[in-house]
Design a protein around this ligand. Structure first.
Ligand code: MG
Length: 429
């Protein structure tokens, strides 16, 4: 059996591996699975700003309709907006057509469960099984689904964020924000949210455009040169960038320094645990600065395998107060259990307002660690044995304080840690 779903849904090059046949088949498989438990499933669907969105949205919708699911098309919105709508409006499932930060010729399909979280591995496996076996169950002619349209998801989402943060504290500061939506789906939400938070806005690339004319949609320093330059030039308080589907946000301080995602994640964790401690969840790959700030607040860190759906699931199970990944994907349980860039933006502004500090001052308080990342080739079928051998060989090593096998092999040493992890998305590493 093949493998379609990766860490963040199915992704591929448009009209090559990501084509309408695949989308329609996934729609039929998804609908078949939903119909096993629900008589008349109601599925919300959205897209990011990519040019191939209508093609794939219509193909996957056709598959779902053929099995007897009703579709509610919410249009072009950020990923977390759709997730919030699914949870709040009681949809049975959600479909997101997006390839997140990937180049414009890519697109993808992401699944949302009824509680607004991303599909778990089990659900993805079941959909794949139906897809590869072609064991679709199509509806009788009079029971095929209908399509309706709903444009209320953005208002619902923005109001949800304004309720989940101290909006008045933010409004009082009248922050000057430079916002770079990277021509992505965030353009539909972030400017409105920031205006409602009484911010003065300088906008860069805030028009949705699936060719991404502003810059590559991954919010890395080399793609954010305009933002980094503009923040100090216009004397703004903060710079903000979002990835293509706006589930992740990256920040630039008032001096024009790019803030790496491990620092903003640690800042969120520090603030969430400041009063009563609590549990904070993050993958094993996250920098130790996260652990330090949480432990300082008498909180507890739970490390998971890599993947935001896994982090979200553990957060729910353990009633965590915060979680996320160091790529700018922060998860706030008071809003929803998924990465949420607009909520991250509102929260970072709230932290600046309530702590009465600039972003550079807040980031200076986060412990600093050197991080070195590299890749080494390893044949796919040898990964398991390499991991096992490494774990066995290091278990009795006196220099190794602890061996953690949550995801790959993480060796805790006296002055830091080393992690060797098989890539889940690349067959070579
Ligand atoms: Mg994304």
């Amino acid at each position: 059996m093949g493998k379609l779903f990766g860490t963040n849904g199915i992704r591929g090059v448009v009209n090559e591996d990501m084509n309408i046949e695949l989308a329609q088949g996934i729609g039929k498989a998804w609908g078949t699975l939903l119909k096993r438990k629900i008589k008349r499933p109601k599925v919300a669907i959205c897209t990011d700003a990519r040019l191939s969105n209508h093609m794939l949205k219509n193909a996957i919708s056709a598959g779902l309709l053929a099995t007897g699911c009703d579709i509610v098309d919410v249009g072009l919105v950020p990923t977390p907006t759709l997730q919030y709508a699914v949870k709040k409006k009681g949809f049975d499932s959600g479909v997101i057509i997006t390839a997140s930060h990937n180049p414009p010729h890519f697109n993808g399909i992401k699944g949302v469960a009824a509680d607004g979280t991303e599909f778990t591995k089990d659900v993805e496996d079941e959909i794949e099984k139906i897809y590869f076996e072609k064991s679709y169950k199509l509806a009788d002619w009079k029971d095929v689904g209908n399509v309706s349209f709903w444009d209320g998801s953005i208002d619902l989402y923005i109001n949800g964020i304004l309720d989940a943060v101290d909006a008045e504290a933010v409004r009082a500061e009248k922050f000057h924000v430079v916002l770079d939506c990277g021509n992505g789906a965030g353009s539909l939400v972030a400017p409105i949210l920031l205006k409602k938070l009484n911010c003065k806005l300088t906008e860069l690339f805030c028009e949705p455009d699936g060719t991404f004319p502003g810059h590559n949609s991954e919010p890395l320093p080399e793609n954010l040169t305009e933002l980094i330059k503009t923040v100090p030039k216009v004397k703004a308080d903060i710079g903000i960038a979002q990835d293509g589907d706006a589930d992740r946000a990256i920040f630039v301080d008032e001096k024009g320094n790019y803030i790496w995602g491990d620092k903003s994640l640690a800042l969120g964790a520090k603030y969430a645990t400041r009063k009563k401690g609590g549990i904070a969840v993050t993958p094993v790959t996250t920098s130790s600065c996260f652990d330090d700030v949480v432990k300082e607040n008498n909180g507890k860190v739970i490390h998971t395998a890599v993947g935001s759906p896994i982090v979200a699931r553990v957060m729910i199970d353990k009633k965590a107060v915060f979680g996320g990944e160091e790529n700018g994907g922060l998860i706030f349980p008071e809003m929803q259990y998924c990465r949420d860039s607009a909520m991250s933006i509102a929260k970072i502004l709230e932290i600046m307002a309530k702590e009465n500090k600039t972003l550079s001052e807040l980031i200076d308080e986060i412990p600093k660690y050197e991080v070195y990342k590299t890749k080494m080739p390893c044949p796919h079928d040898k990964k398991e044995i390499v991991m096992k051998n490494l774990a066995n060989q290091t278990k009795n090593d006196s220099g190794v304080l602890e061996v953690d096998e949550t995801d790959g092999v993480k060796l805790y040493l006296k002055d830091g840690w080393v992690l060797l992890r098989p890539s889940g998305t690349c067959l070579l590493y």
